[in-house]
Design a protein around this ligand. Structure first.
Ligand code: AVI
Length: 317
């Protein structure tokens, strides 16, 4: 199915459901990518800095864990983005003449082109082979042509965009494409003071709100919608029991929105929520549970100083 058909069907299904929802994967067009970049630089959005600190403070040990006996390995990154944090590790590995290939995988060609251009100029010694594809297809193709040890990076709490155990099928699928010598390095945002978490998704500059509203702008642009931003409000919530951080767009009045491309109108009640994103937060027990139920074993957890975040190194059990 072509991208625009999938988008159309996902929006139709989401807005016809009870409660209504929109997929967070549609946040990321050019405007959304740019807003997410800005989010990562916000004071309130602690996640990026914590992970950078983990890499900075543990780069020697991380290198020891990834590379045994100097054997060549593939460092495969899912959803690399601008590679800012990864660069800390890449720099360190290159400085230490480590024998590895960097393989960023992303569905966005423009993201990969930007990353490659940047790394070619800042780290010319780095061997970089980007793959523009979905994660699993790229991994399957890679398995057909090379037998190097693989270290798969899934950073930045991207795993948190699955709700709790919903990550298990994804992780099992990943495990099926890995061998016993391979490793998985996953970023998890940990449970902490609920106020700190809520602020990260409700920043004072309103960038996260813009990010959420970009979904409506996109629907207006690409599906001929007539959503009025002023009739909705960005609303994040955090449940300290389940660790679910959810974002919504709340309808501020009873209204009807027409989507020309779908030849359909959707009615919103006053105060009706549209669920747009989950950003799951984890306890260390949750992480062990996820690993155990998807066929992995936790080798080591690396923490930042405040223990807000962990990068967890796994191998197949
Ligand atoms: C990409 N993902 C891990 C981010 C998160 O924290 O869930 C996206 C984001 N949404 C709002 N702020 C950042």
């Amino acid at each position: 199915m072509k991208y625009i058909e999938r988008f159309t069907e996902d929006v139709r299904e989401g807005l016809s459901s009870e409660p209504k929802y929109l997929h967070s994967k549609y946040f990321y067009d050019e405007v959304g990518d740019n807003l997410f970049q800005q989010i990562m630089e916000l004071e309130e959005y602690y996640l990026t800095e914590c992970e950078a600190q983990i890499f900075e403070n543990n780069k020697d040990e991380i290198l020891d864990c990834f590379s045994n006996d100097g054997e060549v390995f593939d460092l495969i990154e899912f959803g690399a983005g601008d590679g800012m944090k990864t660069k800390i590790l890449l720099n360190h590995f290159v400085d230490n003449n480590v024998n590895f290939n960097y393989i960023p995988i992303d569905i966005s060609k423009s993201v990969l082109d930007g990353l490659k251009e940047d790394l070619n100029s800042t780290l010319p010694q780095l061997v970089i082979n980007p793959i523009c594809d979905d994660y699993f297809h790229a991994l399957e193709e890679l398995n057909k042509i090379d037998y190097n040890k693989k270290v798969i990076l899934f950073l930045g709490s991207n795993i948190g965009n699955f709700r709790g155990d919903d990550a298990i099928p994804f992780l099992k699928h990943l495990g099926a494409d890995m061998s016993n010598k391979d490793q998985l390095f996953i970023g998890f945002d940990l449970m902490k003071d609920p106020r700190v978490i809520l602020e990260a998704y409700n920043d004072r500059k309103g960038i996260t709100s813009e990010f959420n509203f970009n979904l409506l702008d996109r629907i207006n642009k690409e599906l001929g919608g007539n959503f009025k931003r002023e009739n909705f409000s960005h609303y994040p919530s955090y449940n300290p029991i389940t660790g679910e951080t959810k974002s919504y767009l709340i309808s501020l009045e009873h209204q009807s929105v027409r989507l020309e491309k779908l030849s359909q109108s959707f009615t919103f009640e006053k105060w009706e929520p549209v669920f747009t994103e989950i950003s799951q937060k984890y306890s260390l027990r949750d992480i062990d549970h996820l690993a155990a139920h998807s066929g992995f074993k936790v080798e080591k957890n690396f923490f930042d100083q405040k223990r807000y975040f962990t990068d967890s190194l796994w191998h197949l059990s």
